[in-house]
Design a protein around this ligand. Structure first.
Ligand SMILES: Nc1ncnc2c1ncn2[C@@H]1O[C@H](COP(=O)(O)OP(=O)(O)OP(=O)(O)O)[C@@H](O)[C@H]1O
Length: 255
């Protein structure tokens, strides 16, 4: 039988950054194959939550349980690569752990970059660079992929394409996805569950439930309504089998 127990589970999490309490009383869990998105205003603790779940920051209270042997693929917001440094994509992907040529080729393919092997890192476009970071995370064969605002600096189309790639990766590799994003309209409709954070969990649930929650509206207003519907109209065919809980017949009601 498939094991659907949570990959990571946090209870009563409190995380301090210096004297500042960045997170308090946060409960969280993610199951195999789920796409969960964290939204919230600047400084609401989104990156802090991801870093605590990875184990990069110690919580000051509460517990985090990771499934034994859990493999996490982490895609950071950005990464500085010395511009003058001659470094091909393939070599970059071998740092710091060596991987076989085949593994690198597969990872680039999953990330949507089959031909970029020998390209210099310094000449990549923003979208290509983020996909290389995605390929690097995929090399770890993650049970869960964590992305911290991975489309910063990409234009709207570039980020929509990036998120579609993430959905394709999830389908093919069957990994869970936990991401932080500001692009509510794109990301919320692609998620199974959305968590709205503001130092604590304001509200959480399916994109529809969160978009209509008063706590969410107090933070973001109702401005995502049109964009959320628009994205659905454009992409609902591709998403139907992935998100059976999304009912496309009710797009006109007030979300
Ligand atoms: N090293 C640190 N020392 C002190 N305070 C910190 C540190 N890192 C983060 N903080 C504070 O913790 C809070 C949460 O920061 P975090 O980066 O998690 O927010 P975020 O929701 O990811 O923000 P953004 O959307 O702007 O990226 C912020 O108020 C921030 O100023």
């Amino acid at each position: 039988m498939t094991d659907t127990s949570p990959l990571i589970e946090a209870e009563g999490l409190e995380v301090k950054r210096g004297a500042h309490v960045a997170l308090r009383n946060v409960d969280f869990s993610i199951r195999p194959g789920e796409i969960v998105t964290i939204v919230g205003p600047n400084g609401s603790g989104k990156s802090t939550l991801l870093r605590a779940l990875i184990g990069a920051i110690q919580p000051s209270a509460g517990t985090i349980r990771r499934k034994p042997g859990l493999r996490i693929g982490y895609v950071p917001q950005s990464l500085h690569v010395e511009p003058g440094l001659p470094l091909t994509v393939a070599r970059f992907l071998k740092l710091p752990t060596r991987h076989s040529k085949k593994a690198i080729k597969d990872a680039l393919e999953y990330a949507g970059l089959p031909d970029l092997h020998d390209r210099q890192m310094s000449v990549l476009s923003g979208g290509q660079f983020q996909r290389v970071l995605l390929a690097r995370a995929l090399l770890e064969k993650p049970d869960i992929l964590m992305l911290d605002e991975p489309t910063q600096g990409l234009d709207q189309r570039g980020s929509a394409e990036f998120y579609r790639q993430i959905e394709a990766v999830r389908r093919e590799l069957n990994c869970a996805v936990l991401m932080v994003s500001h692009e509510l309209h794109v990301v919320m409709s692609a998620s199974d569950r959305v968590i709205c954070l503001n130092g604590h969990v304001c509200c959480s649930g399916t994109p529809e439930i969160v978009a209509t929650a008063p706590e969410y509206r107090a933070l973001f207003g109702t401005g995502t309504k049109g964009a959320l519907a628009l994205y659905r109209h454009t992409h609902d065919h591709a998403h139907d089998h992935d998100h059976p809980q999304l009912d496309h017949h009710h797009e006109d009601h007030a979300i």
